[in-house]
Design a protein around this ligand. Structure first.
Ligand code: NAP
Ligand code: MG
Length: 532
């Protein structure tokens, strides 16, 4: 692979804790590698338990005793807008760094920076729009609901969308008034540390955001287990998600989990052919398939199957795989050697299972972790390559005869993240979409994602939602406040006073204004109807 890239000096980064920059307590560092050239591009602290403890202490202090709790939503919104502005100002540099550390196309990285900036703007807007409730209750009481921050939150992010996943967690968490410790994936930590610089520059109080780099098994595990962390928001694999849920159970921690999928992309024979072909390719080969919502299972109606597969294969063969900073490239490398080996091993599994490999299946020679766009056809949905998340440019194609069969196959998975339907029949589109057990669905398109719409999965694809108003709810506690309006004792233990018989309704004409219970009724609901 002719990677046309400038040699860069190896830059050293530091972690951001309590408003300051430092190395790991033990001084250990590790290398960050550009997957398209296999060059070391930076070194970062390999933070450990001591650093994680320090980050949690700083966050706890900032939440419990710092000025952040006293900020108004308007002030927090201003800060978030400044973050958005700075991301936009530096979008090209951030995008270049994102691409260098994890291999996605530069154009895609630029889209991520735009989306991340928009996420901060969106939650800046929501921060001031969100409000509580006042409730009509059957008593002389003013009853209301207020929203409050949860406290110390931790964001643990994957390597496929480093800045965007950080934004999806930081923006709603801070908008709601929480503090956050961000632990980016070890292979791609650099842009999260650049984000920390932005938070530092906009003048966030110290301790409100910390970014620490280090192994998930140490730093991430501590964040999930610490009793001083009130919530963990995690995006990554199902295994680690389950582990975080179990670890967090010890102190009944709130967890948000986004765990990937094996999403069905369903093409009916009446679909717009060109659009569906394009959507099938984008569904799996965008981001080299390293996308949790990838349309990795393509279901095609039998009567269209041969024609569709023929065109799909010839188009996949034409995809230009190359250096992700090169504007003419259409697919970049995989993130790491380990991911390359995982993808390679699934190709072998598919061949052993008897699936028909029609294109791709190999690493591309010449350096870098480049892999061919790969398609298996005539796949049985029970095969491992149809059931397990490969997280690479490997598409499995499954034929179906009827709408009912398509729905059955689509839902026959432990996952439920996303799914799409291609058809010109609007009632069929709605029927199928409603039948899909998945949190994100598309009709006649694949992948568009909006900060305004909730993102998350059914079944083992996760717990909770990110983005939208739902995403802000996740970072808030709700508190009910009941204010008695009578200035009188509850009366239950006031011996010698006359008490109406429980259950006896006092006629409206005899009730006092703000009548209240002065009897030992069984229940307060409706009890004021008994009061004089
Ligand atoms: P992963 O192991 O789940 O890692 C995701 C994040 O969790 C990283 O920051 C990781 O840190 C951290 N982590 C790892 N072990 C942890 C632990 N015991 N406690 C707390 N945090 C921990 O995912 P991966 O290794 O990057 O990728 C493996 C597979 O996960 C992929 O092949 C794919 O199937 C899936 N995945 C899904 C998504 C998604 O968007 N849903 C994204 C990425 C990957 P380290 O980086 O230091 O290990
Ligand atoms: Mg891992």
């Amino acid at each position: 692979m002719a990677a046309v890239q400038n040699k860069t000096e190896v830059k050293h980064y530091q972690i951001y804790v309590d408003g300051g920059w430092s190395d790991a307590a033990d001084g250990v560092t590790y290398d960050v590698v550009d997957p398209s050239s296999e060059e070391v591009i930076a070194t970062v602290p390999r933070a450990g338990r001591a650093d994680a403890e320090r980050a949690v202490r700083a966050a706890r202090e900032a939440f419990d005793h710092g000025p952040w709790r006293q900020t108004s939503a308007v002030e927090r919104a201003d800060l978030l807008r400044m973050v958005a502005e700075k991301i936009r100002e530096r979008a090209e540099d951030l995008a270049r760094l994102e691409t260098r550390q994890m291999g996605k196309l530069f154009a895609d990285s630029l889209i991520d920076m735009n989306d991340a900036a928009h996420t901060f703007d969106y939650y800046a807007g929501l921060a001031v729009e969100q409000h509580g409730q006042t409730l009509e209750v059957p008593a002389a009481s003013m009853s209301m609901v207020v929203r409050e921050p949860i406290g110390v939150t931790a964001g643990i992010t994957p390597w496929n969308f480093p800045v965007l996943m950080a934004a999806w967690k930081l923006a709603p968490s801070l908008a709601a008034g929480n503090v956050m410790i961000l632990k980016p994936a070890s292979v791609s930590p650099l842009t999260s540390l650049e984000l920390a610089k932005i938070f530092d520059e906009v003048g966030l109080p110290k301790g409100v955001v910390q970014v620490i780099t280090g192994p998930g098994g140490e730093v991430g595990d501590y964040l999930a287990s610490s009793a001083d962390v009130d919530m963990v928001a995690f995006t990554g694999s199902v295994e680690v998600g389950k582990h975080i849920m179990r670890t967090g159970a010890d102190n009944v921690k709130k967890v948000g989990l986004e765990l990937g999928g094996k999403s069905p992309n369903i093409v009916f024979a009446d679909a717009d052919f060109e659009a569906a072909i394009d959507g099938a390719l984008i569904g799996i080969f965008a981001g080299a398939g390293e996308v949790c919502s990838a349309g990795s299972r393509l279901l095609v109606e039998r009567s269209l199957y041969d024609r569709f597969v023929g065109e799909l294969v010839s188009r996949a063969l034409a995809i230009k795989v190359g250096a992700p900073l090169d504007e003419s490239s259409e697919m970049g490398p995989l993130v790491s050697k380990q991911q390359l080996e995982t993808v390679q091993s699934y190709v072998e599994i598919g061949l052993k299972e008897g699936a028909n490999l029609v294109t791709g299946g190999h690493r591309i020679d010449g350096g870098g972790y480049f892999f061919e766009p790969t398609i298996f056809i005539d796949v049985d949905n029970d095969m491992r390559i149809a059931q397990e998340e490969i997280f690479g440019p490997v598409l499995v194609v499954i034929p179906f005869e009827t709408e009912a069969e398509a729905i059955r196959i689509a839902n026959d998975t432990i996952y439920g993240l996303a799914g799409a339907v291609w058809t010109k029949d609007v009632t069929r589109a709605l029927r199928v979409v409603k039948a899909l057990r998945a949190g994100i669905t598309w009709v006649n398109t694949y992948h568009p994602t909006y900060s305004e719409a909730p993102w998350g999965g059914y079944k083992q694809s996760g717990v909770g939602r990110e983005l939208g108003t739902f995403g802000l709810d996740e970072y808030q506690e709700v508190k009910q406040i009941n204010i008695d309006l009578t200035d009188e004792p509850l009366g239950v233990y006031q011996h010698g006073k006359e008490k109406p018989a429980p259950g006896k309704v006092v006629p409206l004409s005899e009730r006092r204004p703000f009548a209240r219970a002065e009897h030992a009724g069984e229940s307060w609901v409706g009890s004021c109807r008994n009061c004089r």
